[in-house]
Design a protein around this ligand. Structure first.
Ligand SMILES: Nc1ncnc2c1ncn2[C@@H]1O[C@H](COP(=O)(O)OP(=O)(O)O)[C@@H](O)[C@H]1O
Ligand SMILES: N[C@@H](CCC(=O)OP(=O)(O)O)C(=O)O
Length: 258
């Protein structure tokens, strides 16, 4: 299977904003194992801003765009350093791709991006993509890696897009404000009722909340790519997903109109 896995900031870091070492180590182990089993994997990883905040010892996540961009520039190095170190233990080679929406929407650039990614997969590397926060301020807006992951999944015709978050999936309401909220296991169609379930960002460091995840679901499912939102706290759930077992919320791919 060809899988695009998006890792949100809240999956990679503790609520303090510091790296969740146990989680990231587990994730790297499971992802390495999936690659060993023959699956093609592409990661879309957030976390650059949070890592930069830690590295620069800032008291909180910057609110202004240049502040976020500076933190991301520092944090992206740290993020890739950690991935490189951990994946090297399992003899996997990582590659960094920093892109913007423009890079995929402009035909010439999209071709270049696609060619690079295809060759990296052929070379059995693990491509790790993040938004190029230094220049991307309008198209995707900083923090919308959910949309970016969906665009990537569409571009490489992935078999599955997985968004790992700090929550088990899409609920009937935000469980952080409504304890009676129930998990929705399958979404067959993105109706206006489903859209209304998404509120803003839930965690201190995550930015998109459910809105950007539903936007991603639109892009992916319309392109024929099914999408799952699952809790990144259990990286081993990836094995169940590969076995076709129900995990989190699955958004079914939409059939093309005849
Ligand atoms: N209907 C909903 N179901 C589940 N989560 C929701 C819903 N509406 C809003 N949320 C919020 O979205 C958050 C996940 O988004 P976010 O904090 O941006 O995480 P990530 O860093 O993984 O992208 C959840 O923690 C939750 O508080
Ligand atoms: N490109 C940014 C994404 C920021 C962000 O928080 O995204 P997410 O956790 O996916 O809501 C970064 O790497 O920090």
């Amino acid at each position: 299977m060809r899988i695009v896995l998006k890792l949100g900031t809240s999956t990679l870091t503790h609520p303090t904003g510091n790296l969740n070492i146990r989680r990231v180590e587990e994730l790297c182990k499971v992802c390495s194992d999936l690659k060993n089993a023959g699956h093609e994997l592409v990661l879309v990883s957030s976390g650059a801003v949070a890592m930069g905040v830690g590295k620069l010892s800032l008291a909180e996540r910057p609110k202004d765009i240049p502040g976020k961009q500076a933190a991301a520039a520092v944090g992206q190095c740290e993020l890739m350093y950690i991935y490189d170190k951990l994946y090297s233990q399992y003899h996997h080679v990582v590659a960094q791709l920093l892109i913007t929406a423009d890079d995929i929407e402009t035909p010439e650039r999209a071709k270049n991006f696609h060619n690079t990614l295809a060759r990296l997969l052929q070379l059995r590397t693990l491509p790790i993509i993040n938004e190029n926060d230094t220049v991307a301020t309008q198209e995707l807006g900083i923090g919308d890696n959910d949309t970016l992951a969906a665009i990537v999944a569409r571009t490489i015709r992935a078999d599955l897009l997985i968004l790992f978050s700090d929550i088990d999936g899409l609920f009937t309401a935000d469980p952080h404000s409504d304890p009676a909220a129930k998990l929705i296991p399958v979404v067959e169609r993105l109706t206006p009722e489903i859209e209304r379930l998404a509120c803003g960002a839930g965690s201190k460091f995550g930015t998109g909340g459910m809105q950007t995840k539903l936007h991603a679901a639109h892009i992916a499912t319309e392109a024929g790519v099914p999408m799952v939102i699952a809790n990144g706290a259990q990286p081993a759930a990836l094995y169940d997903l590969m076995d076709g077992k129900p995990v989190g919320t699955k958004f079914l791919a939409q059939e093309a109109e005849a």
